[in-house]
Ligand binder design. Sequence first.
Ligand SMILES: [Zn+2]
Length: 369
Amino acid sequence: MACNAPRQVAAAYKTLWERARSNATHKARGWTKRQYKGLDKAPQFTALTVTLNHKRDWSLGQNQTVSIGTLEGRIRCRYEGWSRHLEWLAHTAEHGITLGAAKLWQDPITQAWYLLVAVEKVLDPQALTQITTIKGVDLNRRNIAVESNTRGKCRFYHGGHQRHLAERAASIRSALQAKGTRGAKAVLRRLALRERRLNADTAHCVSKTIAEPHAMVGLEWLKDIRNRTERRHSKQASVKRRRTNRKVSSWRFADVQAKTAYKTRLSGGVPIWVDADYTSQGCSICGHTGKENRPNNGLLFVCAHCGHTLHADLVAARNISMRTLLIRQDWVRTGRLSAAPEASGDEAKAARLSRYAELRWSPDASSVL
Ligand SMILES: [Zn+2]
């Protein structure tokens, strides 16, 4: 436990420094004017979980038991779980799984103890030969996700119900904030937890459907999504704009992406990250790229050059699926897989973008892998 203390402090500072550094680059590029304040004073530490190292502080025993090191010595107890998780834990070698550090956490309401085990799964080199589907996933404000495979099959995850609940929660929240009493604050905290669970559940359901075995799933590399979407905070911001701001910040794209990536990997697929530039502005038929392809920034994509008209999110999903296909072809050719856009400078990125501009949508041809 003493050994974990400096590790935890270092990890906390590493994240803060990363944020400070990205803030510096964003400021230099003029994306934001705000100064990052996270390093101005020492971060507060609240321990709601205990981190346990595998084989030292925790280990699995026979008959579904786990041994955990505590301040009062080692304890051994039975555990329960979802059948598939139990199967993975029982046969780690067969599933190509390595166990890592675990976190011990107690549910404040049910008082039940949870051991959250980090699981690592290496990519099977055989996976390349077994891929049968290639798809792209577009995440945005209107729909939770839109996926399309290279054969033209698509699926929309509307999230209408989820959005309705978020809207309702937001109006309740503003009413409670206006009230400001101690009771109101307690309700607010409970509401926040409930909303977090709801968001997590939606993300789990959507990503579970997207992830499938033998699929290469392309996701957008959205490190700067919050800066990409236009935001206005001043008093001049219209009600509509403020509502959009709320939706943007409350819906966590990164969460859906992370869940999709790990579920894909666990189900035997390969998650891939591709550049997000111009995915919703490029025509997948003629290649014409530009803001004018999105009249009034609306739902519809209308190519200014060839007139190709389609749902804008579907265009984005198709573009992502084609970029994923390109990565797959590079993988076949060179034997090297670049699972995420390399940060090797603007030149390499420009080269990638010009290759993307050559891509054309043809569902029949692209089904030949
Ligand atoms: Zn076009």
